[in-house]
Design a protein around this ligand. Structure first.
Ligand code: S3P
Length: 173
């Protein structure tokens, strides 16, 4: 069991980590923190710019440092980026420093939620469906591996999903 009182949300792009996380944080009276936003604030650049100039590898380095730093806080709800689980160090840190909830979404939902989105470099392609499908095949086992709970985000609205999460985790926090 974790020492820190944190809730860490993992899962793919468009699963609702930020919207649901915000709602959960207000129910728990925890602070909401979004790793991608913190990276943007800290670097003074947006994610597409970081990918352009530093490559995905540059972004991943910033992401690892940010996750390490943010998870040392307590009483936060942390929304991580969809690719955070790709690095073993990140997985170890996430697992150790919070209750981990995997927000699971179908590729169909992800597509609907990310359509017209310009802020996700990996989806700026002719075939986002194919990208999301491949990423899911690669990452789903990793999400499952470190998750304490798996929550499907296609049942009910944001508030319903958020209260479901709060009831699941309330004894652990
Ligand atoms: C990524 C997901 C994004 C962001 C970056 C890369 C990924 O975060 O970190 O564009 O590799 O899946 P969200 O999951 O919040 O969209």
């Amino acid at each position: 069991m974790t020492q820190q009182r944190n809730l860490i949300l993992i899962g793919p792009m468009g699963a609702g980590k930020s919207t649901i996380g915000r709602q959960v944080s207000s129910l728990l009276h925890y602070e909401f923190v979004d790793s991608d936003h913190e990276i943007e604030d800290r670097s003074g650049a947006d994610i597409p710019w970081i990918f352009d100039v530093e490559g995905e590898e540059g972004f991943r380095k910033r992401e690892s440092a940010m996750i390490d730093e943010l998870t040392l806080r307590t009483h936060i709800v942390l929304a991580t980026g969809g690719g955070a689980v790709m690095r073993e160090d990140n997985r170890r840190i996430i697992e150790a420093r919070g209750i981990v909830v995997y927000l699971k979404a179908t590729v169909e939902q992800q597509l609907a939620r990310t359509a017209r989105d310009q802020n996700r470099p990996l989806l700026q392609t002719d075939n986002p469906r194919e990208v999301l499908t491949e990423l899911m095949a690669l990452r789903d086992p990793l999400y499952n591996d470190i998750a304490d709970y798996v929550v499907e985000t296609d049942q009910g609205g944001v508030k319903d999903v958020a209260s479901r999460i709060v009831s699941l985790v309330s004894d652990d926090l």
